[in-house]
Design a protein around this ligand. Structure first.
Ligand SMILES: [Zn+2]
Length: 618
C-alpha cells in the first residue's frame, strides 16, 4: 500500500521513494518498459477529437452540474462529498487538461490540487478531515502523480513523502479496510488464483468477504497488483499472476467486448450480462501499468480492445451521458430488474449517474491515460510503440531529442506511418508491437521491407535514425470470426469488435442539470443468426469503408461496415428488456437468408455482438 505512488512514470518520484525506503535490497526493480511522464505523448487526429468531445461533454463540465464534485466538495474544503468522487474526478481531469493544453480545465483541476496540498496537517495526513478513509487518498495520489509529471510542482513530492511516513506509522493501529484493503492489498489476489491453496485462502480475512472478492471493480483494479508488487518482490510468480488472473476471468466471465462481466459482481459468460464502466477504465489502467512491468504484447492487445470498444460503447457519442452497465447483447436500455447480479433497474440507462455515481466521477481517466501511454521506453533504451493511435511523441534518448509523428486512422484502418525526427542522428532500437491477431503484418523502413514480423511480439528495428526516416506498418484487416459462449460467434476486424446495430428510440426519462437520463427502446428486429464458418481460412464478409467523421465512434458516418449473411431466428426473444441467453449453436432457421450490416461495437448503442451460428446448409 505504501508503494501506491510507485506506478508513476516520474523518475523524480520513483527515485525519491527508493531513497525513502532506505534498504537497497528493497529498492524498486525496473520494469521491462518505462512509462513516459504525462505530456510526452500528444494526441492527434481522431484521438484528439475524441478528447475534445470529452472535454466539451460531461468530463469538462461535471463540477458545474453535479454537486458531488462541485464547489461544496470536501476536496475543496466544503462540507459536501468527502470520499472518492473528488479524487476520481481529478484522476481523469488532470490528464485530460494537460493533454489538450486546455487552460479552462487546468484551472478547474488546480483548485482541487491546491486545496489538497494545503490540507496536509503537521502529522502528514491530508484531505477532508471529516473522512479519514485511506482509500480516497490512494486515488488522490494517482491524480497528484500525474499533476507532478505535467508541472514539476515542487510541493508534490515532499507532501507525498510526509504522508507515506504518517501512513506507515498509522497503519498498524488503523489497517486498511473494505475498499482500500481490496484495492491495494496484493497477496490475497495472488493466492486467490492458486487453487492448491484453497484451505489457506479460506482463513484469509479478505476472502471471507465474498462480496468484495467477486466485486467487478475490485477485480479490475487487482489485475495490476502482481505486476506492481513484483517491482518490490522481484518474484516471477507475482509477474505471472497478472496473465493468470486475466485468463481465469476470461474463462469464467469473459465477454466478446474484451471485458469480464460484473453487474456488479462477477456474472458469468452470457453476453446478456453487463460490465460496469468503472471496471472498464480500471482494467485499462491495470493493463497500462502491467504492460510497463511485463512488456507482454497480449496486455496491449487487450488494452486496445477495451479502449476501442467497451469504453466508447458505454457512452453517448457526445460523452454527456454514460451507462453504469453495458451489455454485448444489449437490446433495450430501460428500467428493468433483469439480468443484473446485484445492480438496480437503472443500470443500463444512459445518463448522469445511472444506478450509482462512481462511474460518473471515475470514467474520465479512460481516454486520456490511453493516449498518454501509447509510447513507452524500454530499460535497454528502446522506443516502444505500445498501442496505436494518431499522436506525436517527444522523447529524450541518450541525450538526443527524438520526435515521432504517428499518422493513422487505426483502429479503423490497418496502415500506420511514423516519421522519426531526431535532433541529430542517433542509434536506438524501435520496438513495434505486432498484435496477436496480426498474422502477415508488414513493416517497412523508408520503403524497404523488414523481415516478416511475428504476430504477438514486438518487432525490433534497430538502426541509426535520421531526420525524416519513415516507418510504415501494414496490419492485415480481414474480418475474423470468434467463437464464444454457447458456441456463439462474434466478428472482429483488427482491434475492433463489430455488432449489429438495432434501430433505436431514445426516450428522455428526466433532465439532469446540463445533461439528461435516457431510456433506449428497440425499433427493429435483432434476433439474427449468422451464416459464417469460424474454421474458414478467409471469411465471406464484405468490408466497406467511409471517410472518418468528427465523431469516430458514432453510428452516423461510421468509417467501417461489414456485410454478413444472416437469417432471423424467431425463437430467440427478449425477456424483461434483456436478450435471452444466446442459444447454443449451431441453430436452424426456416427464415429467408439475407445480408445484415455490422458496425463497430461502440457505434451500436443497442446491439447484438454474440450471434447464434447457423447450421451449414448444403
Ligand atoms: Zn462505477
Amino acid at each position: 500500500m505504501k508503494y501506491a505512488g510507485l506506478a508513476s512514470a516520474s523518475p523524480a518520484l520513483a527515485s525519491s521513494f527508493g531513497d525513502w525506503l532506505g534498504d537497497p535490497a528493497k529498492s524498486i526493480r525496473a520494469g521491462e518498459f518505462q512509462l513516459l511522464p504525462l505530456g510526452s505523448v500528444q494526441p492527434k487526429g481522431w484521438l484528439r477529437r475524441q478528447l475534445e468531445i470529452q472535454a466539451n461533454g460531461l468530463s469538462g463540465h461535471l463540477d458545474e452540474t453535479w454537486p458531488d464534485v462541485g464547489p461544496k466538495s470536501g476536496w475543496l474544503g466544503g462540507t459536501g462529498e468527502s470520499w472518492e468522487r473528488g479524487p476520481y474526478f481529478l484522476d481523469g481531469l488532470i490528464p485530460l487538461a494537460y493533454l489538450l493544453g486546455d487552460e479552462r480545465l487546468k484551472a478547474k483541476a488546480q483548485r482541487f490540487v491546491d486545496w489538497t496540498l494545503k490540507s496536509q496537517t503537521a502529522d502528514g495526513m491530508f484531505g477532508p478531515a471529516s473522512n479519514n478513509d485511506w482509500w480516497p487518498r490512494m486515488v488522490m495520489l494517482k491524480a497528484l502523480a500525474q499533476y507532478q509529471e505535467a508541472t514539476a510542482d515542487p510541493r508534490v513530492i515532499p507532501m507525498m513523502q510526509r504522508y507515506f511516513k504518517y501512513q506507515l506509522a498509522a497503519l498498524p493501529n488503523r489497517p486498511l479496510t473494505s475498499w482500500g484493503r481490496f484495492r491495494w492489498q496484493n497477496f490475497q489476489y495472488k493466492e486467490k488464483m492458486s487453487s492448491a491453496r484453497l484451505d489457506q485462502m479460506e482463513k484469509m480475512p479478505g476472502f471471507k468477504d465474498i462480496k468484495l472478492a467477486t466485486h467487478g471493480v475490485n477485480n479490475g483494479q487487482a489485475i495490476k497488483t502482481g505486476a506492481i508488487w513484483s517491482r518490490v518482490s522481484g518474484a516471477d510468480a507475482d509477474r505471472q499472476a497478472v496473465l493468470k488472473m486475466i485468463a481465469e476471468l476470461d474463462r469464467y466471465h469473459g465477454l466478446p467486448n474484451g471485458m469480464f462481466s460484473c453487474d456488479e459482481h462477477l456474472a458469468g459468460r452470457s453476453p446478456s450480462q453487463g460490465s460496469e464502466l468503472c471496471t472498464v477504465v480500471e482494467y485499462m489502467f491495470s493493463l497500462e501499468q502491467s504492460l510497463a512491468v511485463l512488456g507482454d504484447v497480449s496486455l496491449a492487445d487487450r488494452l486496445e480492445k477495451l479502449a476501442f470498444n467497451a469504453l466508447p460503447g458505454t457512452m453517448t457519442d457526445d460523452m454527456w451521458a454514460h451507462q453504469y452497465d453495458q451489455q454485448p447483447n444489449q437490446v433495450e436500455c430501460s428500467l428493468h430488474k433483469e439480468p443484473w447480479s446485484t445492480n438496480g433497474p437503472e443500470s443500463n440507462l444512459y445518463g448522469l449517474e445511472p444506478h450509482f455515481g462512481c462511474c460518473t466521477a471515475n470514467f474520465s481517466q479512460g481516454w486520456p491515460k490511453f493516449a498518454a501511454n501509447l509510447f513507452m521506453t524500454s530499460a535497454q533504451g528502446a522506443v516502444v510503440a505500445a498501442a496505436y493511435s494518431p499522436c506525436e511523441a517527444q522523447l529524450k534518448l541518450q541525450g538526443t531529442n527524438v520526435h515521432i509523428a504517428e499518422e493513422t486512422e487505426y483502429p479503423f484502418r490497418g496502415s500506420i506511418r511514423m516519421t522519426v525526427n531526431p535532433s541529430k542522428p542517433v542509434k536506438f532500437p524501435f520496438l513495434l508491437r505486432v498484435p496477436g491477431w496480426a498474422e502477415g503484418a508488414e513493416i517497412l523502413v523508408n520503403g524497404h521491407k523488414e523481415n516478416a514480423p511475428k504476430a504477438g511480439t514486438f518487432a525490433r528495428v534497430e538502426r541509426e535514425w535520421k531526420q525524416g526516416d519513415v516507418v510504415t506498418i501494414n496490419f492485415p484487416m480481414q474480418p475474423r470470426v470468434i467463437t464464444g459462449f454457447n458456441n456463439s460467434v462474434s466478428v472482429e476486424r483488427g482491434p475492433l469488435v463489430f455488432s449489429y446495430s438495432i434501430g433505436q428510440d431514445w426516450l428522455k426519462l428526466r433532465d439532469r442539470g446540463m445533461t439528461a437520463d435516457w431510456q433506449v427502446y428497440p425499433s427493429s428486429r435483432w434476433n439474427y443468426a449468422l451464416a459464417v464458418d469460424p474454421a474458414a481460412q478467409s471469411q465471406k464478409i464484405a468490408v466497406t469503408e467511409h471517410p472518418l467523421g468528427d465523431r469516430p465512434f458514432a453510428a452516423e458516418g461510421t468509417p467501417t461496415q461489414l456485410q454478413v449473411k444472416a437469417k432471423l431466428l424467431p425463437s430467440w426473444m427478449a425477456n424483461e428488456g434483456t436478450a435471452g441467453v444466446v442459444p447454443e449453436s449451431p441453430v436452424e432457421s426456416a427464415e429467408k437468408e439475407g445480408t445484415i450490416s455490422l458496425i463497430p461495437y461502440a457505434a451500436a448503442k443497442l446491439r447484438i455482438t454474440s450471434f447464434p451460428r447457423l447450421k451449414e446448409s448444403s
